[in-house]
Design a protein around this ligand. Structure first.
Ligand code: DUC
Ligand code: ZN
Ligand code: ZN
Ligand code: ZN
Length: 466
């Protein structure tokens, strides 16, 4: 007896969309075809008029990651629930590595914290330094199933920036053992000197946050690290690309055969730095900052032509209270604008799919097949989850999201699950909404209700083949 049959839906892959039924047994896909040939199931879901996509993979979240003096609103349980409502069935978060400590130990600590997740998860190993003991761990970190890394090219004052010597050493070592280093690409010197200058000039309004990190700040860092990739022969992942300039560097390198992959995030596809002119501009402070309209359109074009292959949410949700906790207030209680005192980060894991449906598919910027590719298939391929994840086929995990293309809803913090009383996407109307999320054959979201369980997620041991 099968556990579940999803009938009459349109199955979406990166290449095609076709009417088919899906049989699920023991948490995996047993067959894709005609239900008349399947036999009986404990449960059937009628997906007539709906799209069925492989579960969304979010390769970039920051849950339970204290940063810039703030704790963050989401832990691995609440974050995984927010994800499930956005069709996410697997996410990859980062270690909280510290200088002088074993990265392997920080992976183990992280796994412990992540064990409360209701969906599957992986760990990117973060390197904040590359002293010998840490470098010597790389082989075992890759073998342990955490072959993707993160390095910050900025945030020196926050104690997470790795220097260039360290970055080069990590890349050379990763090349030996099959690792995929990823970077947060912003030039620290440009960012820090601008902050100092704006402090001296008393220009601390939200707008100056974006001005402190102009497009060239990203472009320089991308250029430098791409050169390191070419020099070491190591593949490279650029997290949260935001500028047309950075993209042109990446395209050039890709055309010359350098293995460089990049993601962008929902906020760079839907919002611009105009937001920093608003009174509540601090709620939009994330790094890299929001950019101009031309950058936004360049990100969509990059997705279209394949130079940007992945969407990560970079979910790093803070409450308004946390965003404002270090700000002074005037006599009326209004916050005094000071961009240097705002924790960087915004929400995104839940609304990502809806935003891509509305701004991408409905507006004709990407197809539904492309959406499947950039949110599930490519992340699975790039980060070593494929074919267990990222595709609807016999033998793959039964991680699925059913989308009702006709359902019109407004995004609102009142109905999202971020546990904060605002959304940077509040008020946007979306046509197309995920209505059922299935994780390893179990329905975890249906009729607007969460039906999953704390601790149901599993650690994904990954092996990268690029
Ligand atoms: N950028 C953010 O906006 N938040 C967390 C870390 C980062 O690099
Ligand atoms: Zn980053
Ligand atoms: Zn991030
Ligand atoms: Zn929210």
């Amino acid at each position: 007896m099968l556990d579940l049959i999803i009938k009459n839906g349109t199955v979406v892959t990166p290449w095609s969309s076709f009417k088919a039924d899906i049989a699920v047994k023991d948490s995996v896909i047993e067959a894709v075809g005609a239900a008349s040939l399947f036999g009986r199931a404990k449960r059937e879901i009628d997906a007539e008029g709906m799209y069925v996509l492989p579960g969304i993979i979010d390769p970039h979240t920051h849950f339970e990651s204290p940063f810039m003096g703030c704790k963050g609103a989401l832990d691995f349980y609440s974050g995984s629930i927010a994800g499930a409502f956005g069709g996410v069935t697997t996410f990859i978060d980062f270690t909280n590595s510290r200088a002088g400590h074993s990265v392997m130990a920080s992976i183990r600590e992280r796994r412990e914290e992540m064990s409360k997740s209701c969906i599957d998860y992986g760990v990117h190993a973060k390197f904040v330094e590359a002293e010998r003991p840490v470098l010597d761990e790389i082989k075992s970190i890759v073998e342990y199933g955490c072959p993707s890394f993160k390095m910050f090219m900025t945030y020196k004052k926050e104690g997470v920036m790795i220097d260039d010597e360290g970055m080069l050493s990590v890349m050379a070592e990763a090349k030996k053992w099959g690792g995929l280093p990823g970077v947060h690409a912003e030039n620290n010197a440009i960012a820090e000197s601008n902050v100092e200058k704006f402090i001296e000039e008393g220009r601390l309004e939200w707008e100056y946050f974006a001005k402190s990190k102009p497009n060239l700040c990203e472009m320089e860092a991308v250029q430098r690290v791409v050169l390191y990739a070419r020099y070491t022969g190591c593949p490279l992942y650029i997290f949260h690309l935001s500028t047309a300039e950075g993209l042109s560097v990446i395209k050039q390198a890709q055309s010359e055969g350098v293995k460089v992959f990049t993601e962008t995030c929902p906020h760079y596809l839907t919002l611009t730095r105009e937001k920093y002119k608003q009174k509540d501009g601090h709620l939009y402070v994330m790094s890299p900052p929001l950019r101009g309209e031309q950058d936004l359109e360049a990100m969509w074009r990059g997705l279209g032509d394949g130079s940007i292959s992945i969407i990560g949410s970079d979910d790093c949700t803070y409450s308004i209270e946390e965003k404002e906790m270090f700000l002074e207030r005037d006599a009326e209680g209004n916050v005094k604008q000071d961009f240097t005192k705002i924790a960087n980060g915004v929400q995104g894991i839940e609304a990502r799919l809806m935003l891509l449906l509305e701004e991408g598919v409905n507006k004709g910027r990407i197809t539904l097949n492309k959406l499947c590719e950039i949110t599930s298939y490519n992340p699975a391929k790039t980060f070593g989850l494929y074919p267990q994840k990222g595709i609807i086929q016999k033998g793959s995990d039964a991680d699925l999201v059913i989308i009702d293309p006709d359902k019109v809803r407004e995004i609102s913090h009142e109905t999202l699950h971020h546990k904060v009383n605002y959304s940077i996407y509040d008020g946007r109307s979306v046509k197309g909404w995920p209505v059922v999320t299935i994780h390893r054959g179990r329905v975890i979201v249906e009729n607007g209700e969460f039906l999953g369980s704390r601790g149901d997620g599993r650690f994904m041991k990954r092996k990268i083949r690029l």
